[in-house]
Write a protein that binds this ligand. Structure first.
Ligand SMILES: [Zn+2]
Length: 342
């Protein structure tokens, strides 16, 4: 089969489109014919460049492919050939204390499909059957592949962690990113008022079209000042951060008294300074998470199947153009997900 594989860490030029052996389903595994696979910044681009998470070479990226089951290994009863499925990339141990409590995102033995295994930048991929989620009939394969990481993680941050409610004004940072697009939709679905912030006029207009009540271009405007102005001087009750150092100070300054900030991202750097006194005087909560739980994945696909969450796809590239797709994502021109189709 054809796959996009790299033998060394480095820039996008290390990606090679070439023949590799076909996967064979072992016990409890299935082989999927990949129809769509999303491109993710941290797990694809940063892993390829810096070899994060102990990834082994050669490596095939791609965490959340969607496709058709074509082969089932011994002991698989969950699915059969012909089923439309998408992969939940979180390979939880299901035995540790967080897993037993339904807090799988805290799993002590977590591995990630497409990072610690070969992934979906390929015509076929194999995966444990228990990682499969049925694709609702209303969704295309690219739509299904756009959902797992961004939407389940955004759901985890805003709903169980951030406790978003109709009383909240929610500031969604980087509203044009995969996570941000999901964040705008989920916060609106939960009845909150949404301020979407992004770094270009084009992105903020698209965020408005997604349902954001207010938009701010943080490349032009003073973001904390604008957020205060839009909230009668109060600030945002919930800040969906996910950028890190380059935006941290401004994100914290946007918080209302008693506000919460949720984050799981540091593309803008991970070292920040914190004024403890200012935070406790404002009764502010800083909340951190990683990934999503099984329940988060189930909720997202239930709502997407019912048309209440909509996958936003910026652009689709053929698999052989994975390098161009990654360069496009690296240029931050996208609004929503970038998808590869074998
Ligand atoms: Zn576990």
């Amino acid at each position: 089969m054809k796959a996009v594989i790299f033998d060394q860490f480095g820039g996008p030029e290390v990606l090679q489109y070439r023949d590799v052996p076909d996967p064979v389903a072992g016990s409890g595994e299935v082989v999927i014919q990949v129809r769509a696979c999303s491109v993710n910044r941290t797990l694809d681009l940063e892993v390829r460049e810096k070899g994060y998470f102990g990834v082994k070479l050669p490596h095939i990226s791609g965490e959340d492919p969607a496709g058709i089951v074509v082969q089932v290994g011994p002991g698989v009863s969950e699915v059969k050939p012909g089923d439309r499925v998408v992969i939940n990339p979180m390979l939880w141990c299901d035995e540790c204390r967080p897993c037993r409590r339904g807090q799988e995102n805290g799993c002590l033995g977590i591995r990630v499909f497409g990072v610690h295994t070969h992934g979906g930048y390929a015509e076929y991929t194999k995966v444990p059957a228990r990682q499969l989620i049925p694709v609702p009939s209303a969704l295309s394969f690219p739509e299904a592949a756009a959902l797992p990481l961004s939407y389940a993680v955004a759901w985890n941050l805003l709903v169980p962690l951030g406790q978003v409610s109709p009383q909240d004004v929610v500031l969604i940072q980087a509203a044009g990113s995969g996570l941000g697009v999901a964040g705008v939709q989920i916060a609106k679905l939960k009845g909150a008022r949404v301020i979407a912030a992004a770094g270009s006029d084009e992105k903020i207009e698209r965020a408005r079209a997604l349902g954001a009540d207010f938009v701010v271009n943080y490349a032009k405007a003073d973001l904390p000042q604008e957020v205060k102005r839009l909230t009668d001087g109060w600030g945002a009750d919930l800040v969906f951060e996910n950028i890190g150092a380059s935006m941290w100070e401004r994100s914290v300054a946007c918080l209302a008294r008693g506000g919460r900030l949720v984050t799981c991202g540091t593309h803008g750097g991970s070292q920040v300074s914190i004024d403890i006194r200012a935070l406790y005087r404002n009764c502010v909560a800083l909340l951190f998470s990683l990934g999503a739980t099984r329940q988060d994945y189930a909720e997202v696909f239930r709502l997407a199947g019912a048309g209440q969450l909509k996958a936003v796809i910026d652009r689709t590239f053929p698999l052989r153009e994975a390098r161009a797709a990654q360069e496009y994502l690296a240029g931050r021109k996208n609004f929503g997900k970038v998808i590869l189709t074998p």
